[in-house]
Design a protein around this ligand. Structure first.
Ligand SMILES: *[C@@H]1O[C@H](CO)[C@@H](O)[C@H](O)[C@H]1NC(C)=O
Ligand SMILES: *[C@@H]1O[C@H](CO)[C@@H](O)[C@H](O)[C@H]1NC(C)=O
Ligand SMILES: *[C@@H]1O[C@H](CO)[C@@H](O)[C@H](O)[C@H]1NC(C)=O
Ligand SMILES: *[C@@H]1O[C@H](CO)[C@@H](O)[C@H](O)[C@H]1NC(C)=O
Ligand SMILES: *[C@@H]1O[C@H](CO)[C@@H](O)[C@H](O)[C@H]1NC(C)=O
Ligand SMILES: *[C@@H]1O[C@H](CO)[C@@H](O)[C@H](O)[C@H]1NC(C)=O
Ligand SMILES: CC(=O)N[C@H]1CO[C@H](CO)[C@@H](O)[C@@H]1O
Length: 511
């Protein structure tokens, strides 16, 4: 080890010079010092240098300091010190947080379907807070509900583009161009263009939470893949599926606009609008930034298994609402989403976040998907199993096949004694005296045969699961971690009361 400096000196002979041509050498030395000095000056004054990208990008400086202080109060990094310094010199705020009004939505629809599908859009659209348009192929009759919906725009004529895919529809070209058509509108103060279908439900606050992590001045293409492994093979794992929705930063959208028409002429064989976007993204060299809260929902049947074990990430969208069963049983699809909204309004960040805990006295495993479902399993099932979605649904080719999905799934237990008792949201409210939400989940009647094992304490007399939770709008400003839950003692007959809250630092989900 000691020989290293020596070797280093030898390998750079001009460091220790014999000063033969001393005047030339000192000139060289001075210019090197100057270069170093100016580089430092430039670097320390370039605003880009202050961006901690992409995470915590929207945090203002006092927030960043608070965050670092709590983790290392003695020694905040140089990076943050310098950032504070530069920021105090700058009269402008560090950067405004990304808000809903920074997003322009492009909803892909058609004159034929809009009248029916707009009922889904109406569920999440906030007319006075959002910007965006439903893009149709031709005009439709004016309707009385237009004030509750995004304004309609008619896409420009695409008959000059070639489309040769035999399975698909040439409306794909019209729809893929929505991004460019939005850019051409020249709207002010746009950070993101978000594409979705007319049968997509957005959890808008979570969409904003996800996008505000990224710098809209950079190139970002954000979305998620299909649940179907085969779909991802046919299309691409690099594609943001259009129905689940994807976001394109405005900087990227402007660049895309300049080349999209030329780009899509090169791909007349492609099937849809989203694969055409991906083809152009590939040409621009921009990969998909995957955010797993976008749900394409290329599945059939009951989505319960997926939504009861949602990944630890904000729920952003649900798609194929006409394909999957209503998300709550025994009601219409729109009505079911209205029920979900009841919880969404109280604690959107926590919506469908799973927590797992154990009733040690009765040997039960409880799993809560906040605002959606509760499940009680007889026996102790470890977290690594509980976090895997149960196949209550079938794949896009209508088969129950674990190898068909792009994520882990587990089979429904054949043994009735191992099947869960399922409860779904029936009511949710905010209790001002505790400042916590109280949500109630009622038992889904099932025709399943009774478990005859006498050793097991059967949850069959439990009709209601009551969940108390403190809402945390800042949940996703922190690194992802599942919430913990605890089964509370109760005297109420037929009820299990569960408390959901952030896990303590060293708390584990164990039995
Ligand atoms: C910056 O953070 C402080 C403390 O968390 C907060 O009070 C303030 O509103 C924030 N400012 C902006 C512009 O977000
Ligand atoms: C849409 O909702 C309205 C009432 O809100 C209802 O009358 C209509 O039947 C719905 N349309 C469809 C296609 O579900
Ligand atoms: C689109 O343009 C073509 C010719 O470029 C024309 O024949 C056609 O009628 C146009 N379609 C519409 C809907 O205007
Ligand atoms: C995907 O591939 C499978 C098997 O090759 C084929 O049957 C199916 O039609 C393809 N789907 C699409 C949309 O290309
Ligand atoms: C719970 O399980 C343990 C073994 O895992 C067993 O010894 C105990 O009797 C069970 N208790 C109940 C109430 O089923
Ligand atoms: C209630 O909880 C919210 C979020 O958890 C918090 O922001 C608010 O300050 C609390 N209000 C009171 C009165 O404690
Ligand atoms: C990363 C960086 O530029 N750090 C600098 C921050 O500022 C101090 C002096 O104020 C420098 O010593 C660090 O190198």
């Amino acid at each position: 080890m000691k020989e290293k400096p020596k070797a280093l000196k030898q390998s750079i002979p001009w460091v220790k010079t014999s000063l033969i041509s001393s005047s030339i050498h000192s000139l060289l030395k001075i210019s090197i010092y100057f270069i170093i000095f100016f580089t430092f000056l430039i670097l320390s004054h370039t605003p880009k240098f202050t961006y901690p990208l992409p995470i915590f990008f929207t945090k203002n400086c006092s927030n960043i300091n608070a965050f670092t202080k709590s983790t290392s109060s003695q020694n905040p990094s140089h990076f943050i010190q310098n950032q504070t310094k530069i920021n105090t010199q700058n009269p402008k705020p560090y950067i405004e947080k990304t808000h809903l009004h920074h997003i322009v939505f492009g909803i892909a629809s058609s004159a034929k379907l809009w009248d029916q599908r707009k009922n889904y859009t109406k569920l999440w659209w906030r007319p006075n807070e959002m910007r965006g348009f439903a893009w149709l192929d031709k005009t439709v009759r004016g309707s009385t509900d237009s004030a509750t919906l995004p304004p309609v725009k008619i896409s420009s004529n695409t008959s000059r583009f070639k489309y040769v895919n035999k399975k698909g529809d040439r409306s794909a070209i019209r729809i893929t161009r929505i991004v460019s058509e939005i850019v051409r509108l020249g709207l002010e103060n746009v950070r993101w263009i978000v594409m979705g279908d007319d049968d997509t439900f957005f959890v808008v606050d979570n969409l904003v939470r996800v996008l505000s992590k990224y710098d809209h001045n950079q190139f970002y293409y954000i979305g998620s893949s299909s649940e179907s492994h085969l779909q991802n093979i046919n299309f691409s794992y690099n594609m943001g599926y259009g129905g689940g929705g994807f976001a394109i930063s405005y900087a990227l959208a402007k660049t895309l606009e300049k080349m999209q028409d030329r780009c899509i002429r090169r791909y007349p064989k492609l099937y849809g609008s989203d694969d055409r976007i991906q083809a152009c993204m590939a040409e621009l060299g921009v990969p998909l930034t995957k955010e797993v809260g976008f749900h394409q929902f290329d599945i059939y049947g009951n989505p319960l298994g997926l939504l009861a074990a949602h990944p630890t990430a904000p729920l952003v969208s649900l798609h194929h609402l006409d394909v999957i069963e209503p998300i709550f049983p025994n009601m219409g699809r729109v009505q079911a989403l209205q029920r979900l909204k009841m919880a969404m309004k109280l604690d959107s960040a926590g919506l469908m976040q799973q927590s797992i805990c154990y009733d040690k006295a009765r040997n039960w495993t409880a799993s809560i998907s906040w605002g959606y479902s509760a499940q009680i399993y007889p026996g102790f099932i470890p977290a690594r199993e509980m976090e895997i979605p149960e196949r209550t649904f079938v794949n896009w080719y209508r088969k129950d096949d674990g190898a068909a999905f792009s994520f882990n799934t587990r089979t429904l237990a054949r043994d009735v004694c191992k099947r869960p008792f399922v409860y779904v949201l029936s009511n949710a409210l905010h209790n001002p005296s505790t400042n916590r939400t109280e949500s109630e989940y009622v038992r889904v009647s099932s025709s399943k045969s009774k478990c005859s094992q006498t050793k097991i304490v059967d949850p069959s007399n439990i009709r209601i699961v009551e969940v108390h939770k403190r809402p945390d709008p800042n949940l996703w400003d922190k690194p992802p971690r599942r919430n913990c839950c605890r089964v509370l003692p109760t005297k109420e007959e037929g009820t299990v009361v569960i408390d959901v809250d952030a896990c303590k630092e060293s708390e584990t989900i164990g039995f």
